[in-house]
Design a protein. Structure first.
Length: 352
């Protein structure tokens, strides 16, 4: 079968590999959709410390069960069968460390990941490892949800995790930095689930800002390359500042701007990680102190967030179909990466 294998930074090959075999405690799926995100592009250029090459990458996966290992259903009390439509978690918690027992599976200290320690979804077939099954990380796709939409449930789950920490209240003013797919999903969730009020979308790429604004219709857009973002947000909020700010970008300055534009009792999510070589920001601690700001991190998602993402898509509460703007065959997976890198599409999905 064809698979996209990572060997080293800038050395990623679409090649023929043997079709994987399904062990007694594993499930084998025919991959239908694996979506791409900025992480894939980062892996392509820089690799990742937890990724052991050669490795099939791709972590936003949906597919169809073709084989169920002999021990799986007895071990997990499940009823998996060939033909089942499934979505796969990307971040795999261990299920037994301190954090997992506290219910904080997104920050499991022994977390492993699809496409890092296990072969991922840019391939015709994929094995669901027993570590995923052990934490109930294989999810049935509701009948009215497409494989392409289901593959977007993983990034969607990460956004749900972040927003859950923010205590968003109906009517809150929301600023989202980053008009990529995840910024769009943040806006959809904030409205569909948390009923935020005014939504302001910020980006420095005018074309991407326009494309995403057309899809999710924020109340205001700000091009950070042309406009003083903090001053403009202050103006749009009558000088009060934004109640909730989510930085869905890797740009350090957006985190500083988030602090500067936060309203009293404002809540901030540093959703996007910063470059490893430059991970520090300047923070006026007195602003945090006197304004009583709440600054949150966000690290991936727990299996439960993936289930919730599928429910929100199925119920129509948070639509994602229109955010998937490109469908490409596996042969063109590297084109998909360059589309993502250039920000030319909202979400690009690959169909092996
Ligand atoms: Zn991703
Ligand atoms: Zn754990």
């Amino acid at each position: 079968m064809k698979a996209l294998r990572f060997y080293a930074p800038e050395d990623v090959r679409l090649e023929d590999v043997p079709e994987p075999e399904c062990g007694p405690d594993e499930i084998k799926i025919k991959v239908r959709n694996t979506s791409t995100c900025g992480t894939d592009v980062k892996i392509f250029h820089n690799g990742h410390q937890n990724l052991t090459p050669p490795r099939t990458i791709g972590h936003e996966v949906a597919g169809e069960v073709v084989e169920v290992g002999a021990d799986v259903n007895a071990t997990h009390g499940s009823t998996w069968a060939p033909g089942d439509r499934v979505q796969v978690i990307a971040a795999v918690p261990c299920g037994h460390c301190h954090e997992c027992r506290k219910g904080w599976m997104a920050v499991c200290q022994n977390q492993t990941s699809i496409g890092y320690q296990y072969d991922g979804g840019f391939a015709e077939y994929m094995i669901i490892p027993q570590q995923v099954l052990a934490v109930d990380g294989l999810n049935r796709i509701p009948d009215n949800v497409g494989y392409d939409e289901a593959s977007a449930a993983e990034p969607f789950a990460c956004a749900i995790n972040a927003q859950e920490l923010l205590g968003i209240e109906a009517g809150d003013t929301l600023v989202v930095f980053g008009a990529g797919p995840i910024g769009c999903m943040h806006i959809r969730i904030a409205r569909g689930v948390h009923e935020v009020g005014k939504v302001i979308l910020v980006d420095v790429n005018a074309e991407r800002l326009e494309m995403s604004a057309n899809a999710v219709q924020p109340d205001e857009v700000i091009n950070g390359a042309e406009t003083d973002v903090v001053a403009r947000v202050m103006e749009l909020t009558g000088g009060r500042g934004a109640d909730v700010i989510i930085t869905a970008t890797a740009a350090n300055i957006t985190q500083e701007q988030a602090i500067a534009m936060a309203a009293r009792n404002g809540r901030i999510s540093f959703f996007g990680g910063l470059p490893k070589t430059n991970p520090t920001i300047t923070c006026d601690s007195n602003v945090v102190h006197y304004r009583q700001l709440h600054i949150h991190g966000a690290n991936g998602s727990a299996p439960e967030h993936n289930k919730r993402a599928l429910e929100y898509i199925s119920s129509g509460q948070v639509p994602v179909k229109d955010l998937i703007t490109e469908h490409l065959p596996l042969d063109r997976v590297l084109d998909a990466f360059s589309i993502v890198q250039k920000g030319e599409a909202i979400k690009v999905t690959v169909e092996p």
